[in-house]
Design a protein around this ligand. Structure first.
Ligand SMILES: [Zn+2]
Length: 65
């Protein structure tokens, strides 16, 4: 599938970047893939750990537990 370069530039998508695909009724939605925390869904300050994604906030909470 080819995505117009203007669109890629607007969304900051690189050639090999992963995209998420959703279906909404009869529409297909392509979304830039942003890894989000397994626990809270936060996409900021995330870290890959054992093939899972976790944010620093949740790491802190886990460490305090
Ligand atoms: Zn989190």
């Amino acid at each position: 599938m080819v995505i117009p370069i203007e669109l890629r530039r607007t969304l900051g998508i690189d050639v090999k970047d992963a995209l998420e695909i959703y279906v909404d009724g009869e529409k297909i939605i392509l979304k830039k893939y942003e890894p989000a925390c397994l626990f809270c869904g936060n996409a900021d300050n995330v870290k890959h750990y054992c093939n899972r994604i976790i944010c620093y906030e949740c790491i802190k909470k886990l460490a305090e537990d």
